[in-house]
Design a protein around this ligand. Structure first.
Ligand code: G3P
Length: 225
């Protein structure tokens, strides 16, 4: 379960009310059930406070939404990579658009994750930033134009060139780093298009978390892969 497999769907639960308390576990179980039924690769990113409970309850990989560059010890209120690893999570998002870091802090967070044996998915707001963060050798880069996050229009329709350019920028630095895309992804056609554009998968949130039927939304996402 530690190996990353593609094509990959990462479901970021964010901090939506739907995933408070039991909601996180229930969504993670839906992800696990759909992944098992369809043989699909789905990673769940629950809120930090539910990370341990979710990671110990489902048989799909789980990642944190953020990790702090702090060493274990006097670090009140911070979340170390070691603590994330101990929950059973396999990795962490880094530099999500809603939890931005500067380039130095991204580099440090990646070092902390490597030290603890965590996989990393670094988010980037553009193709140029995607290339810059690829230099730090993350396990994945996810490009997400901020203005499309949480909206109704998918990056694959509104800005397909950003996905193509991000893949190019990352692969100029290191061809083996998989690039995902996100923002407004809602359905299987969006995922199919993402892959046609060169992405190895998608990072999404509202399309699943806020769906009336989360299982159905997940099934639809993977229907062409
Ligand atoms: O982390 C995923 C994200 O920022 C995209 O959100 O709601 O547009 O799928 P959403």
């Amino acid at each position: 379960m530690n190996e990353l497999r593609f094509p990959l769907i990462i479901v970021n639960f964010k901090a939506y009310p739907e995933v408070e308390g039991e909601g996180a576990l229930s969504l993670a179980r839906a992800c696990a059930e759909v992944a098992a039924d369809a043989g699909a690769n789905i990673i769940a990113c629950p809120p930090m406070v539910e990370l341990g409970r979710v990671a110990s309850s489902v048989r799909i990989p789980v990642m944190a939404q953020h990790v702090d560059d702090r060493v274990p010890g006097s670090a009140t209120g911070w979340t170390t990579a070691e603590m994330v690893r101990r929950t059973g999570a396999i990795g962490s998002l880094v530099n999500h658009s809603e939890h931005r870091l500067n380039l130095d802090d991204i580099r440090s967070a990646l070092s902390a994750c490597k030290r603890a044996g965590l996989k990393t998915c670094v988010c980037a707001d553009s193709a140029i930033t995607s290339g810059k963060v690829a230099v730090y050798a993350p396990d994945m880069v996810a490009v997400e134009p901020p203005e499309l996050i949480g909206g109704e229009v998918s990056v694959t329709n509104a800005k397909p060139e950003v996905v193509v350019e991000a893949v190019h920028a990352v692969h100029q630095i290191e061809p083996s780093i998989p690039v995902l895309c996100g923002a407004g992804i809602k359905n299987g056609l969006d995922v199919k298009r993402a892959i046609e554009l060169g992405a190895k998968g998608v990072l999404l949130a509202s399309g699943v978390v806020k769906a009336k039927d989360q299982r159905q939304a997940l099934r639809d996402l993977i229907r062409f892969i």
